[in-house]
Each structure stands twice: as C-alpha cells, then as structure tokens.
Design a protein around this ligand. Structure first.
Ligand code: GLU
Length: 509
C-alpha cells in the first residue's frame, strides 16, 4: 500500500462529541497501524458558526485523547495552511481552472427561480434535481454578466455516467447521475459584490475535495452522514482528473433507545467526559470498540499499542453502534485500577480542591500528599468516575454528628442501651490514650469494649462507626483509621478531624 495519509477534518462550530471523536480515533489508529500520516484540517469556511475557542478546545480534546497529528495547525506540514479559511486563494484558482476548462459554469438562477423549479418537480413527481439550464449560457455572456455584477453561483457539470466509489465498510456504492444535481461549488455572491469572476464562498463538498486531493489523502474515513455527499465529491475528483481515494463511512452512533445519540441520552462531549473523570485511555479503548472489533475475539480491554496493532478498517461494522454509558464506566473502573499512583493523585486532586477540602496541590505539604494517597487507595476502587470521589469521601472532610444522629436508621441504632454502653466505653479508651491511634490500637480497644460490655458483632461496631464516620456502613476500619490518625508523624489536612476529635464532637452533640 502506498503511504497511508488520512485526515480528521472537524468544523470548529461546537464541542467535540463522541461521534467525531471516534472518527478522529479511527483515522489515527489506521495511520499509526500503517505507519502513515494523520492530518488535522480545520474546516472553518462557515464563518458565522466557526469560532477560535471551539478550535482551541477541539485541539485540546484531541491531545488529551493522545491523538497527535503529523500535519495540521501548529505543526509543520508540506501542505500548509491547514485551516480552510486560509486557503481561499487556492479554491479560487481551482474554480477558475474548472470554468476555463468548461467543467463548471456560472449559474445565474435566482432563489425564486430555483424554488419554482423545485415545486414543479414535486408536482410532477420527479426527483428534485436542478435542470442545469444555466449550462446553456454561453461563455461570453456568462463572463459579461459576471463582470456586470450579476449574482451567480458556480456549479459543476455532473457527468453522464453513474457516480461510484469504493467504501471499505460498505463495498461499492453507486449513485445514478440523474439523481444528483449539478453541485454548487461556490455559493452565490450577492449582486454587485466584488467577488470577482469566480463567485462567493466555496462550499463544503468542493473545498473538502480540493483539500483531500492536494493533501494527498489516500483514505477518507468519516461519518456515514456524508455518504450522500460522496458522489458529488467523486464528480469533482473526476473533473480535475484526480485519483478518487478509498472511503470508509462509519456507522451512526445510537443511544440505548436506538435513536441517534444526542444530549438527551447524557453527556456526550469529550470535555464533559474529562470533567467527570473518565481517563483518556478508557475513552479511547471504549470508542475503539464502538463499531470495530478485533479479529476472532471478544476481548474488550486493549492497551493503545495493541489497538494500533489490531486495528483494521475491514473489521469496522456497517451496522449502527449503540453507546453504552455503563460499559464506558466499567472500562474506566478498570483503567482507574491500573492507573499509576502519582498520576491518579494529580487527576483526583482538583475534585477535592474544588470543594475547598484540600489546598491547591502545588502548595500542599508532603504530609497531605501522603495522606491523600491513602484516601485514594480506599475510595478509588469504589467509583466509576473521579467526580464521584468527593461524594464517597465527604464524611472524611465534612463530619457532621448532628446530621448523623438525625438520620433515621442511625437514630434507631443509637437508641439502644447497648449502643450507649459501647460508645461511652469506647470514648473512655480514647480519652485515656495519649499517643497515636493505629489500626492495631483500634482493634485492641474494640476487643476491650467487647469484653467490658458484652456487646458484639454489629451492635458493637455500628455505633462506633456512626460516631467516627456518620454512617453505619463504609470502608473497613483497618483502612479508615489511618486517615484519622494524628501524631504519628503525619499531619492531617486542616479539614480532617482526628479520631479523637470525632469522638468528642459526636458525644458533645
Ligand atoms: N467538516 C466536515 C464535518 O465535520 C468534514 C467531513 C469530512 O470528513 O469530509 O462533518
């Protein structure tokens, strides 16, 4: 195979969502699998809707996912510029070439005339295809009318043969040429404007083809919403005498109700996944499997290197893929467990700093860092997403005995005589003790309380747990006690009460 060159060509009109992110990923995987090039091209010819902040966010999202580009904005490349708004001169030259060669023509039809044609076609049950009547306007007359400032669009002459292309996902796709209007290449300039002899703004189908050809794209991998555009693009390749690339149109992504995935189904932007605390490797692994499967297997966990090695476009399915938030969460849980301790702390810290429970990470002392590692070891295994951590660990920072006592189930448990006995015996031990409290010390106390009060099992442990955490269920004491331990060389974060403080505060309420 000649050197593979693929591109991701987003329009910076909003956030990057899973559909486009998957397109970017498949392009990237394909390029990396074949040792080819992955290009990023910004399609910003829709000036009203394109915004620099969307472009910046988009690039940040791609970088976060690890999808680096070999050519594109911010990276040197032989086909620069890679932003379409900076390539208007190139499109104009190509339009002039097509007009000169008689492969395209100026269309002077007004909106009203086109509308009338459409209505008539509907009335006669014919396909709504432009009649092509401006093809008949002579070259001289066309130039004269343009020079006189009459508004016109530029259209391509659709050839007399069916338009076909090869799709690696769907096989040969063919459109009869009678169903395709002479496509507009350049939108109508307003009358009297100084758009010149080749008209106003070029349209998507045209610029995408010019760019794909000039940038030597070998495989166009994109969403199947572009299938109906492809015959027009094929006609443009043919008009220039350019080689038509291979295509791979990826199936639509659906929600669980089998409707097209949208906001209704939940957060689907890459930025929101990142905010929730999905790890990029989890998202990449999940998206890779959303419409692709490795040969002969049901394997689901694929580290990136193995994805690259296994990825083949032939294994992309044509049927729609259903986005399963649960499965993404499951994968995230897997990767959270694999995550290196230091990186995990960096990723999780902001969620706690945001609650004002921890100082900014860079000013926190080593004690707080070490303490935070212990906290993460307890709570990370119980969450799907990093943003669930503060909720799980709330009682560690925000201990409220009154609220704990008021909670119905707790109140019932604390009412009993045995609970009272256990708590006062436990408090006595704590008060009589001067040094640090480690899990062994805690265990010894509980044994003593058990012997002294004759209370055991749940009746013994629940009241103590409520007094220390505000709830009768939660992480094992062996893990928890070190979080409330002071004086053993580790200083607790300011918002965290020690075991002793907890007991005193609970009994005082
Ligand atoms: N800018 C187009 C889009 O975002 C690109 C489509 C294509 O890949 O050709 O849908």
């Amino acid at each position: 195979m000649a050197t593979v060159r693929v591109r991701f060509a987003p329009s910076p009109t909003g956030l990057l969502h899973v559909g486009n992110a998957r397109t970017a990923l498949y392009n990237w995987l394909f390029a990396r699998h074949h040792g080819g090039k992955f290009l990023l091209r910004i399609e910003d010819t829709d000036v009203d809707r394109s915004e620099a902040r969307h472009e910046a966010q988009l690039m940040e999202d791609l970088r976060w996912m690890g999808l680096d580009w070999d050519e594109g904005p911010g990276v040197f490349g032989p086909h620069a510029p890679y932003r379409q708004s900076e390539r208007l001169g190139i499109y104009r030259e190509h339009t002039e070439q097509l007009l000169t060669e008689g492969k395209a023509y100026r269309c002077f039809c007004t909106q009203e005339e086109l509308e009338a044609e459409r209505k008539q076609a509907i009335a006669e049950h014919r396909p709504q295809v432009y009649s092509g009547r401006c093809r008949a306007v002579g070259e001289e007359e066309s130039a004269r009318r343009a020079a006189a400032g009459e508004a016109f669009a530029v259209r391509l002459k659709i050839p007399d043969h069916p338009l076909r292309f090869h799709d690696l996902v769907r096989g040969v796709v063919e459109f009869p040429n009678e169903t395709v209007s002479d496509p507009i290449l350049v939108r109508s300039s307003s009358a009297g404007s100084s758009a010149g002899a080749s008209g106003g703004m070029p349209v998507y189908n045209y610029v995408v083809t010019v760019d794909d050809a000039l940038m030597e794209i070998t495989h166009v991998i994109r969403g199947d919403d572009h299938i109906s555009n492809t015959p027009k693009q094929v006609a443009i390749y043919e008009a220039f005498g350019w080689k038509v690339p291979e295509f791979a149109h990826l199936s639509t992504i659906l929600g669980s109700d089998r409707e097209r995935l949208s906001k209704r189904h939940g957060a689907t932007s890459i930025a929101s996944f990142r905010e929730m605390g999905i790890l990029p490797e989890a998202l990449v692994n999940y998206l890779a499997l959303l419409g692709w499967g490795a040969e002969g297997g049901t394997r689901e966990i694929f580290p990136l290197e193995e994805l690259i090695a296994a990825f083949k476009l032939e294994r992309v399915t044509a049927s729609p893929a259903v986005f399963d938030f649960e499965k993404l969460n499951w994968m995230n849980r897997h990767y959270l467990k694999e995550c290196d301790r230091e990186r995990l702390a960096d990723l999780a810290w902001p969620y706690f700093a945001q609650e004002n429970w921890l100082p900014p990470q860079d000013v926190a002392g080593t004690d707080v860092h070490a303490w935070f590692d212990k906290l993460l070891a307890i709570f990370v295994p119980s969450v799907d997403l990093l943003d669930q951590l503060p909720g799980r660990a709330r009682f560690v920072f925000d201990f409220d005995p009154l609220r704990a006592r008021d909670e119905a189930e707790n109140a019932a448990l604390l009412e009993s005589e045995s609970a009272q006995k256990v708590l006062s015996a436990f408090a006595e031990k704590v008060r009589a003790h001067a040094g640090a409290v480690d899990p062994a010390q805690f265990k010894a106390w509980m044994n003593e309380v058990k012997t002294e009060t004759g209370v055991k099992g749940k009746e013994l442990f629940h009241p103590v747990r409520i007094a220390l955490t505000g709830s009768h269920s939660g992480p094992e004491f062996d893990k928890l006690i070190p979080l409330f331990e002071e004086g053993s060389g580790l200083e607790l974060p300011v918002h965290v009460m020690s075991l002793r403080e907890r007991v005193e505060k609970f009994l005082a309420e």
